[in-house]
Design a protein around this ligand. Structure first.
Ligand SMILES: Nc1nc2c(ncn2[C@@H]2O[C@H](COP(=O)(O)OP(=O)(O)OP(=O)(O)O)[C@@H](O)[C@H]2O)c(=O)[nH]1
Ligand SMILES: [Mg+2]
Length: 351
């Protein structure tokens, strides 16, 4: 009782002070002029997206032969040929199949030459051997740079061939293997290109360096390399625009990006030309043009799932000597295959 009475003065002070506080707060609230709209902070030259947590992606189930079903379909008649003595009718079938599959005239002639003396192992096996011989022997993919430098892969190619999608797939593949990857949104030609790459970065759990539309692509790549170096990341994958006023401008721009990427800590260890297999011989002429100007170290042949002309792989390798390093077989993160010539030829010719 005595204790309760003693507390009264303290309670009274608390009530008075609290009430006054509320009153002041209320009056302030009523008096405050409407707040001016916040001025947006200026965008930094280069925006950086933090590393996203790595999602789990289900493994694909389809075999290469299933993914290349259309191209394999063209070889149905050839696989059906039997016997070891090759007659004129069979030769005509082989020739037609090879030309339809887009392996090119030079390879078709080479295969016909191989069949001229008969096919002791069978026609399909002989064709298999001749196609295999037309493919380049060396196709190592370099993922590491010299000590103290950052490995950069530069992706080049005309618009719509699948550069950004391929970068997304490779980022997913690399992060799955425990590597840290920085994506450089070097296609500053349109804002949507960086948004598309940002989606892939999130999906793959990769870092992204991007800039506003119209920014200098070289500076984006430069900043991505700086970021990779400071974080000790394993690989920078640099996207580039497929569009410019002319192909000369496009190739000049790529040369500039390459110079920047190959300076300081950066080292371009792969320049991958992305070409769309569904464009057939057009892919070949693009490869020829870029090869001369962009020091291409390998080709990514996309959309092989969507064409019956898978033989274009052989045409590119035989006629240009550039190794196909990856093939795209769909639009998902798993739909990229490191090109294996034996598996490829088998997928067309094995029973
Ligand atoms: N079926 C199939 N579609 C693919 C493959 N690779 C890419 N694509 C699709 O092709 C379209 C173009 O791909 P992008 O990656 O945007 O091409 P890009 O070269 O970056 O194009 P630009 O940015 O305009 O230069 C998209 O719809 C992709 O999903 C593939 O291997 N198979
Ligand atoms: Mg793109």
């Amino acid at each position: 009782m005595i204790a309760a009475v003693d507390l009264w003065p303290i309670l009274a002070i608390v009530v008075v002070v609290g009430g006054a506080g509320t009153l002041v707060g209320t009056r302030r609230r009523f008096r405050r002029p409407p707040a001016p709209p916040p001025t947006p902070a200026p965008l930094p030259e280069v925006l950086v997206t933090e590393l996203a947590p790595r999602p789990t992606i289900a493994e694909p189930e389809a075999s290469l032969a299933q993914r290349l079903a259309r191209s394999r379909g063209v070889f149905d008649r050839l696989r059906g040929l039997s016997g070891t003595a090759v007659d004129a009718e069979q030769l005509a079938v082989v020739e037609e199949v090879l030309l339809r599959s887009d392996v090119g005239i030079a390879t078709t002639d080479a295969v016909m030459g191989a069949l001229a003396d008969g096919a002791p192992q069978g026609i399909a096996a002989t064709v298999r051997g001749a196609l295999r011989a037309a493919l380049v022997p060396e196709r190592a993919v370099r993922t590491t740079a010299d000590p103290g430098r950052v490995a950069v892969w530069l992706f080049v190619g005309v618009n719509g061939v699948g550069k950004t999608t391929t970068i997304g797939k490779i980022a997913a593949r690399e992060t799955r293997e425990g590597h840290s990857v920085v994506l450089a949104a070097g296609d500053t030609f349109r804002a949507a290109a960086a948004d598309q790459l940002a989606q892939w970065a999130e999906r793959a759990g990769a870092d992204l360096v991007r800039a506003a539309e119209g920014a200098d692509p070289g500076s984006v790549v430069h900043d991505a390399i700086g970021r990779a170096a400071s974080r000790g990341a394993d690989l920078v994958l640099a996207d580039t625009a497929g569009r410019r006023a002319s192909s000369t401008n496009l190739l000049d721009e790529l040369a500039k990006i390459r110079r920047v990427a190959d300076r300081g800590p950066g080292q371009v260890v792969e320049t991958l030309l992305v070409v769309d297999a569904t464009t057939g011989q057009n892919a070949l002429s693009q490869a020829r043009e870029f090869q001369a100007a962009a020091a291409v170290s390998g080709i990514v042949l996309t959309k092989l799932d969507g064409t019956a002309r898978g033989g274009i792989v052989v045409a590119i390798e035989r006629e240009l000597g550039i190794p196909v390093k990856f093939v795209g077989v769909g639009e998902g993160p798993h739909d990229l295959v490191a090109f294996d010539p034996d598996a490829f030829v088998d997928s067309l010719l094995e029973p």
